[in-house]
Design a protein around this ligand. Structure first.
Ligand code: HPA
Length: 281
C-alpha cells in the first residue's frame, strides 16, 4: 500500500541481513566526523550506500557514503557516514530514509551531527553546540504525504525533540572532558547558498543560535518514529555578516577545515557519552 513503507523495508532488509548485533544507537556523521567511524573496530561491518536501495551516493566533498555497523564504546551502533541533502535535489522523504531504516532495525536512539554557522553572539568557529530545539525553515516537512500508520502517527508531537535525558548525559560528559558545550536552537534552511546578513539578522530575531542545511528533517522523522534524539552542531564559521569582519566570505573549504578539528573533539565526546550510557545499562 505504501511506497515509502516498501522502500524502508527494502533498505532495512539489506542491512539487517548483515547485522550481527541489532544497533541500539544510530549516528549520522556530518562533515569532519569521518574519523569517528574508524573507531568502530569490534564486529565492524561496512555497507556502501550503492548496495542499499534508496540510498543516494553523496554528491559533495567531505562526505563518504557508507553504513558502518559494529560496537563503539561497547554499544552496538549503526553509523551513517555521509548524508544525502535536500539541496542536492532529493526529496525530504529520501533525505530521511536512514532514520526510517534505523527505526525499522529497532534502534531507539539517534545522534545527529552537523556543521553550522554561528548566529548567537558568543559562538565562535570551533565551538560545539548542544541542540535544544529547532526551527524547521526547509520549506517542507519530511512527513508530508500519504499517512501509513506502520511508520508512526499522523500528527507527531514535537514538544521535546531533543531528549532531555541524552542532553544531560552529554552535558555531564562534556564537563568531564573540559569541553564548553553551549546549548542552542538550530535553524535549518534548504541551501545550498549560504545566508545573507539580513537573513542572519532575521534568524537571530526568530531565536536561532546556529544555522545549517540538514539535521532538522532527520530529527523530525526520528522523533516521529519514536526514537530519542541527541543533536550536536559544530560551529564552523561565523554566520554571514556576524564575524569580526562583517564582510568576510564563507567558503565550503573553511567549513571543512574547522569541521575537521571540531569533529575530532565531538567524536571524543560521543564516545564518552556512549561509554557512560553503556555503563548505566
Ligand atoms: N550556513 C548554513 N549552513 C552552514 C553554515 C552556514 O553558515 N556553515 C556550515 N553549514
Amino acid at each position: 500500500m505504501s511506497g515509502l513503507y516498501d522502500a524502508v523495508q527494502a533498505a532495512t532488509n539489506v542491512i539487517a541481513h548483515e547485522t550481527i548485533a541489532p544497533p541500539q544507537v544510530a549516528i549520522v556523521l556530518g562533515s569532519g566526523l569521518g574519523p569517528l567511524a574508524d573507531r568502530v573496530v569490534h564486529r565492524r561491518i561496512v555497507i556502501e550506500y550503492d548496495r542499499i536501495p534508496g540510498f543516494e551516493p553523496p554528491g559533495i566533498s567531505g562526505h563518504a557514503g557508507r553504513v558502518i555497523l559494529g560496537d563503539l564504546a561497547g554499544v552496538p551502533v549503526i553509523i551513517f557516514q555521509g548524508r544525502f541533502h535536500y539541496y542536492e535535489g532529493h526529496e525530504l522523504s529520501a533525505v530521511t530514509l536512514p532514520m526510517r531504516v534505523a527505526a525499522a532495525l529497532g534502534t531507539k536512539h539517534v545522534i545527529l551531527t552537523a556543521a553550522t554557522g554561528g548566529i548567537a553572539f558568543g559562538l565562535r568557529p570551533g565551538d560545539l553546540c548542544l541542540v535544544t530545539d529547532h526551527l524547521n525553515l526547509m520549506g517542507g516537512n519530511p512527513l508530508r504525504g500519504p499517512h501509513d500508520h506502520r511508520l508512526g502517527v499522523r500528527f507527531p508531537d514535537m514538544t521535546q525533540v531533543y531528549s532531555p535525558f541524552w542532553r544531560s548525559l552529554a552535558t555531564e560528559a562534556a564537563s568531564e572532558l573540559g569541553i564548553d558545550l553551549k546549548p542552542g536552537v538550530y535553524a535549518s534552511l534548504p541551501g545550498p547558498s549560504y545566508e545573507t546578513p539580513a537573513e542572519i539578522r532575521m534568524l537571530r530575531a526568530l531565536g536561532a543560535d546556529v544555522v545549517g542545511m540538514s539535521m532538522v528533517p532527520e530529527a523530525i522523522v526520528a522523533r516521529a518514529s519514536g526514537m530519542d534524539v541527541l543533536g550536536f552542531a559544530m560551529v564552523t564559521n561565523a554566520a554571514a555578516g556576524s564575524g569580526e569582519d562583517p564582510s568576510a566570505e564563507i567558503t565550503h573549504e573553511e567549513v571543512l577545515d574547522v569541521a575537521k578539528v571540531a569533529g575530532g573533539r565531538l567524536g571524543d565526546l560521543i564516545v564518552r557519552i556512549l561509554g557512560q550510557w553503556h555503563g548505566k545499562n
